[in-house]
Design a protein around this ligand. Structure first.
Ligand code: IPM
Ligand code: MG
Length: 357
């Protein structure tokens, strides 16, 4: 059966990096992968064309797709849009929410070739392999009530941090199962010394633990987790946390690996449909200059093949191709180091394709 892939390039460097990832998808197609690829607008690009960051047509196509590949959204030209609901980021959040993509998997793996590019000492990061499981459709990102309003003569901004037991349990199970497939260690990150919602979070994780006796569950406060990530990151195997803490910790974890330009992600719903995107943003400062690192997006295609299309062998082939170009000393600017060959976005794409073939 032909599977439908929707590519949403988005804004900033999004179109450049998804163009390279689409070439990899096309190469998979040429090797017999039965897919149909469509493109649509999201984020600022969609706002400019239709006045909406998530037009109904895009959402419909997304609902009908087996998997979605997204570049990035946002940029300074849209930061002044008064109505928050029209900002590019709402396009991305709307996709996550409407498709129920609650489980965000953010692997932070250090390619040994890039140990030099990390801001930490090689011995601290060598062999690093962490999986952050971030809850993606709840928490303070979506809690109601929210807003900015006038109270007693001044403006007050407010958001609601809320998780139901079932939301916590659902992401907890994804994380426990992930730990079972990996190093069997799960660290749940919360702020249970201050926030009730995370007291409940911790309780639910504890309640689930006996069902996964082979997994060792631990708990950590988020401030300590941030510190431990840069002090001794290899203590972690799988980390599970809520939406906002996961947003923050995954950027920190990404940087351990040398560059946020290397990290893919998968966002899955209960029926196995997935959206795949690099963890980094739209990098408006380098947009349109053929400078961005396309590897996170190319590796997101590998995650798509593995998690949504059941094509683990092709996924492995893409990952091996990325390893090969790094072995060959090719580096985009973000991972450049002395003695290596600096390449552009499209040259990196060329090299991955050659290695893939
Ligand atoms: C991410 C991004 C998004 C988030 C933004 C663009 C809304 O930072 O995917 O990590 O905060 O989730
Ligand atoms: Mg983020």
């Amino acid at each position: 059966m032909t599977r439908k892939i929707l590519v949403l390039p988005g804004d900033g460097i999004g179109p450049e990096i998804t163009a390279q990832a689409s070439r990899v998808l096309a190469a998979c197609q040429a090797r017999g992968l039965d897919i149909e690829v469509e493109e649509a607008l999201v984020g600022g690009a969609a706002y400019d064309a239709f006045g909406e960051p998530l037009p109904a047509a895009t959402l419909d196509k997304a609902r009908g797709a087996d998997a979605i590949l997204l570049g990035a959204v946002g940029g300074p030209q849209w930061d002044t849009i008064e109505d928050l609901a029209k900002r590019p980021e709402k396009g991305l959040l709307g996709l996550r929410k409407n498709l129920g993509l609650f489980a965000n998997l953010r692997p932070a793996i250090l390619y040994p070739q890039l140990a030099e590019a990390s801001s930490l000492k090689p011995e601290i990061v060598s062999g690093l392999d962490i999986m952050i499981v971030r809850e993606l459709t709840g928490g303070i990102y979506f809690g109601q009530p929210r807003g900015i309003e006038e109270r007693e003569g001044e403006r007050v901004g407010f958001n609601t941090y809320v998780y139901s037991e079932s939301e916590i349990e659902r992401i907890g199970r994804v994380a426990f199962e992930m730990a079972q497939k990996r190093g069997k260690k799960l660290c749940s990150v919360d702020k249970a010394n201050v926030l009730e919602v995370t007291i409940l979070w911790r309780e639910v994780m504890e309640r689930l633990a006996p069902e996964y006796p082979d997994v060792e569950l631990s708990h950590m406060y988020v401030d300590n987790a941030a510190m431990q990530l840069v002090r001794a990151p290899k203590q972690f195997d799988v980390v599970v946390t809520g939406n906002m803490f996961g947003d923050i910790l995954s950027d920190a974890a990404a940087m351990l690996t040398g560059s946020i330009g290397m990290l893919p992600s998968a966002s899955l719903n209960e029926s196995g449909q997935g959206m795949y995107e690099p963890c980094h943003g739209s990098a408006p400062d380098i947009a349109g200059q053929n400078l961005a690192n396309p590897l996170a997006t190319i590796l997101s295609v590998a995650m798509m093949l593995r998690y949504s299309l059941g094509e683990a062998a092709l996924a492995g082939r893409i990952e091996a191709a990325v390893g090969k170009v790094l072995d060959d000393g090719l580096r985009t600017a973000d991972i450049a180091s002395a003695g290596k060959k600096m390449v552009s976005t499209s040259e990196m794409g060329d090299a991955v394709l050659t290695a893939f073939e």
